[in-house]
Design a protein. Structure first.
Length: 121
């Protein structure tokens, strides 16, 4: 039984590598970039907000941790409470950044549309 598991795993790994070359030979189509209208505008905005939110989270956690450690004189004894407070602040700041970016983008879009309407009249 002890020998069967390594032999089975080796067989799975060997056969999985053997089939990878045939799949690329069968499909001769090159990858095509996304079209401009392939995704709805709402999903594009949501993706941008997601990238900003999760991308800024480590930076906001670092700055929150530095600020928290320098300003809080008597932190709670439980380290989970400290972590919870730091993460809550970091998540809030990241959310505010994503919402602010959305608002700024919508205002700029509205100004561009207004300018185009004024030029057409």
């Amino acid at each position: 039984m002890k020998r069967l598991v390594p032999i089975l795993l080796a067989g799975v790994f060997l056969f999985s590598c053997a089939t990878t070359g045939t799949a690329s030979k069968e499909s001769s189509a090159d990858p095509v970039p996304y079209e401009k209208d392939e995704f709805p505008p709402g999903l594009v905005k949501l993706r941008r907000a997601e990238v900003l939110f999760f991308g800024s989270l480590p930076l906001f956690y670092m700055f929150t941790s530095l600020g928290y450690d320098s300003f809080v004189q008597n932190p709670p004894a439980d380290t989970n409470d400290v972590l919870y407070q730091k993460m809550t602040i970091s998540l809030s700041l990241s959310g505010v950044l994503a919402v602010a970016d959305f608002i700024v983008g919508e205002v700029e879009k509205g100004q561009k549309e207004k300018k185009m309407r004024d030029n057409n009249e």
